[in-house]
Design a protein around this ligand. Structure first.
Ligand SMILES: [Zn+2]
Length: 316
């Protein structure tokens, strides 16, 4: 194991897009009273500064792609048919995240509410859901509240080599990228050569690694906010608690720690790989190590949501 150095940007940028056919004459005027506590006062302050800007354009003038975001058919249609896009551009000091980002997203949600629009998070490449317990920003930051999206890239050449009748958990045709970390000053995380029939353990490892890196980074920022680089262990031991912290949930299934290897592949991406000395493929590692270690959970409510559902008579 050896340390490696991660650059931590002083300032991070993010965008949110609201696709709407009812653009407000003055978007700044509709925002503050629609932003709930505890974000209202910081939102009003941020809107007075250049670090939070709102721009409305004709949909035909947009230069960014929205056709590949994760969305339901109804939202896709609404995005396609919208006449305007409201762009929210946000800048924050990395040391002030994630609170600043929550303020920005609370403003974006307020704009979407005011205009009957579809709220898109281009960095995570997904539409924010209007329904459910996570529809309003929480007072605390829960990573599982749609902050991170996924991109699945299939290596078609590898997929063509699938042996007919062969073991579907043995191929390596899939690359999974966890998106949305850059607004918090971290690279995206990717795992390559995953078996397409067994993607969940690999995806859950990415979520657990993200949880660990974010938690460590925020602690590091609080202690030494002026440093541009951070030393990391390139073979971190990821604990089941890192996975459950992502969802803000108390563990209800067993898991095991996993030693993984982090490799810098570009300025914007960190590869998550089997540790040095592991002789098999990523598919072998996923089957032998990740599947028994990572709880087979696609998503789960936060503890406070479960308590809320119980008190509302919704069952455990
Ligand atoms: Zn495959």
């Amino acid at each position: 194991m050896s340390p490696f150095v991660l650059s931590v940007p002083e300032v991070v940028t993010s965008h949110y897009v609201i696709a709407t056919s009812e653009p407000p004459a003055d978007p700044y005027a509709v925002v503050p009273w629609r932003v709930p506590e505890p974000f209202r006062k910081p939102a009003i302050e941020a809107l007075k500064t250049p670090r939070l800007g709102i721009f409305t354009i004709d949909a035909g003038e947009a230069t960014w792609r929205l056709d590949d975001v994760l969305a339901c058919e109804e939202d896709r249609r609404r995005i396609r048919e919208s006449s305007h896009q409201i762009l929210l551009v946000h800048q924050a000091l990395t040391v002030e995240q994630p609170h600043r980002e929550q303020v920005a997203r609370a403003v974006a949600r307020a704009l979407a509410d005011a205009t009957g629009g579809v709220l898109i998070d281009p960095q995570a490449r997904q539409v924010l859901l209007r329904d459910g317990l996570a529809r309003a920003e929480r007072g605390w930051f829960r990573m599982g509240d749609q902050w991170f999206g996924t991109r699945y890239d299939v290596d078609e050449a590898a997929r063509r080599l699938h042996p007919p009748g062969g073991d579907p958990t043995a191929c390596g045709c899939l690359r999974i990228t966890l998106l949305g970390l850059r607004r918090f000053g971290l690279p995206d995380l990717a795992i390559d050569k995953v078996a397409c029939a067994q993607d969940l353990p690999a995806l859950n490892l990415l979520r657990a690694v993200a949880s660990r890196l974010l938690t460590d980074q925020w602690r590091w920022c609080r202690e030494r906010p002026a440093r541009p680089t951070r030393r990391l262990d390139d073979h971190p031991k990821i604990e089941p608690d890192d996975f459950w912290a992502f969802w803000g949930a108390t563990p209800y299934l067993d898991g095991r720690p996993v030693i993984t290897r982090l490799v810098t592949s570009s300025a914007t991406t960190l590869e998550v790989a089997p540790p040095d000395g592991y002789a098999g493929t990523v598919a072998d590692w996923s089957r032998e190590v990740l599947a028994p270690a990572m709880p087979p959970v696609v998503g789960c409510p936060a503890d406070e949501d479960s308590a809320h559902a119980r008190s509302a008579g919704g069952g455990a």
